[in-house]
Design a protein around this ligand. Structure first.
Ligand code: GDP
Ligand code: IMO
Ligand code: MG
Length: 429
């Protein structure tokens, strides 16, 4: 028996929420370790659709759910999300939800900065979720962020706010944003403090105690390896490390606690926001993937860009994240496409590459080398057993495994919790 770390292996929205829900049933604790409310994880249980941005998906099953120190947390969004899912019948109490006392707070001024910079960037914008995630992480590494623990000490909080504003004031003026007073920030934090403080604890202690008891931990990654601030398509990335190695640092446990690394891989490729996308399709097939796959951002509602499966990217994610096995999601979306294409390498000028180069100019210039695979006409929607898959779908899955260098442990064929073909339980190693 081992712990499991779930991460996205492409550009996000691979269906992590659905897989995490399946795994949460077998876990004792679910932990978020990076990102913030830029994430949007969907879980469908019968007629209920839950959308989580900050809450670990374990709350659906009432499992101990920890928002680790590596997450940047907007407390107002968190409280809204708690209210929203309570309205759907979930019980969120301090017994099941823990927010790390050393996690940094996302303030309205972070979202202001995110939006203002994007507006000014014009064609060079990143296409962020406008939630202030990047600016909040900047303040974290700049050592001027406000953390949850600070809310309990009103006196020193004032000085911390002054320090933070000394950085933000000139930025805001330069961007024509109205001034924010220290008193305003202090008042809004003091108003929210009593509402969030019941959840705030030294999360690393809570987590290490359950690890010691031999309980099973599920680490819930947000975003994906190609959006990682180091390994992704920089600067078109998010502002955190999203690879599996971050699980330990973002939760406060030892490096080996992450256990089995499960990569979530969509059977084609999507991306929301700007940035290079070698296998992007601008034709009818791209539109068809978007429609059948219902590819609209969970957080912002923006249409996701769609393209063929890129085995080069996923192989790179498998390598930099140490992915042990993958769940291949949304196979049903490919039903009825006569010929499928898989990108197996790139051409860059007269060179052939088996990886995505780090430079933006090269990333934009690579031309995919495709291998064609016959599609299938039968529906795979809702298939729950390997035997239900048409032979060509099996060939497609097997070819992907070969190209990415990792075994498929599950295939999903619909949004519902049970639309899953299970070959192996990652908790069994
Ligand atoms: P996440 O960010 O990785 O958790 O993924 P999102 O929730 O943002 O986006 C995935 C979308 O695909 C959600 O609307 C899911 O309900 C849906 N989904 C997940 N698995 C499948 C599947 O196997 N087939 C289909 N058709 N939809 C799926
Ligand atoms: P989940 O967890 C897809 C993208 C944004 C943008 C870039 C930077 O649901 O898979 P940010 O707001 O983080 O500064 O935006 O990252 N992005 C995501 N794309 N899924 C996500 O999360 C994402 N979180 C951020 O679209 O391109
Ligand atoms: Mg999502």
């Amino acid at each position: 028996m081992t712990n499991v770390t779930v991460i996205g292996a492409q550009w996000g929205d691979e269906g992590k929420g659905k897989v995490i829900d399946w795994l949460a049933d077998r876990a004792d604790v679910v932990v978020r370790f990076q990102g913030g409310n830029n994430a949007g994880h969907t879980i469908v249980v019968g007629n209920n659709v839950y959308k989580f941005s900050l809450l670990p998906s374990g709350v659906v099953q009432g499992k101990l759910s920890i928002i680790g120190n590596g997450v940047v947390v907007n407390p107002w969004s968190l409280l809204d999300e708690i209210e929203r899912v309570r309205g759907q019948g979930l019980k969120i109490t301090p017994e099941i939800l823990v927010v790390a006392d050393n996690a940094c707070i996302v303030l309205p001024l972070h979202a202001d900065l995110d939006r203002a910079r994007e507006e000014r960037a014009g064609d060079n914008k990143i296409g962020t979720t406008a939630r202030g995630i990047g600016p909040a992480y900047e303040d974290k590494v700049g050592r001027r962020a406000i953390r949850f623990v600070d809310l309990a000490d009103a006196e020193s909080l004032r000085a911390k706010i002054e320090r933070l504003l000394a950085h933000h004031e000139p930025l805001r003026r330069g961007l024509d944003l109205p001034d924010v007073s220290a008193q305003q920030v202090f008042d809004m934090l003091m108003a929210v403090a009593p509402k969030v403080s019941p959840y705030v604890q030294p999360a690393w202690r809570v987590l290490n105690a359950v690890v010691k008891e031999g309980k099973r931990v599920l680490f819930e990654g947000a975003q994906a390896a190609m959006l990682d601030v180091d390994h992704g398509t920089y600067p078109y990335v998010t502002s955190s490390n999203t690879v599996a190695g971050q699980a330990a640092a973002g939760a406060g446990v030892g490096a080996s606690a992450g256990g089995y690394v499960l990569g979530i891989v969509k059977a084609y490729t999507t991306r929301v926001g700007e940035g290079p996308f070698p296998t992007e399709l601008h034709d009818e097939i791209g539109q068809r993937l978007g429609q059948r796959g219902d590819e609209f951002g969970t957080v912002t509602g923006r249409p996701r860009r769609c393209g063929w499966f890129d085995a080069v990217l996923v192989r790179q994610s498998v390598t930099v994240s140490g992915i042990d096995g993958v769940v291949l999601t949304k196979l049903d979306v490919l039903d009825g496409i006569e010929t499928l294409k898989i990108c197996t390498g790139y051409k860059l000028g007269d060179k052939v590459l088996d990886y995505l180069p780090a430079g933006l100019r090269d990333q934009a210039a690579v031309v995919p080398i495709y291998e064609e695979i016959a599609g299938w006409t039968q529906s795979t929607k809702g298939a729950r057993s390997w035997r239900d898959l048409p032979p060509n779908a099996v060939i497609y899955v097997r070819r992907i495994e070969e190209l990415i260098g990792a075994p498929t442990v599950q295939v999903t064929t619909g949004p519902d919790r049970d639309d899953t073909i299970v070959m192996r339980d990652p908790f069994q190693g």
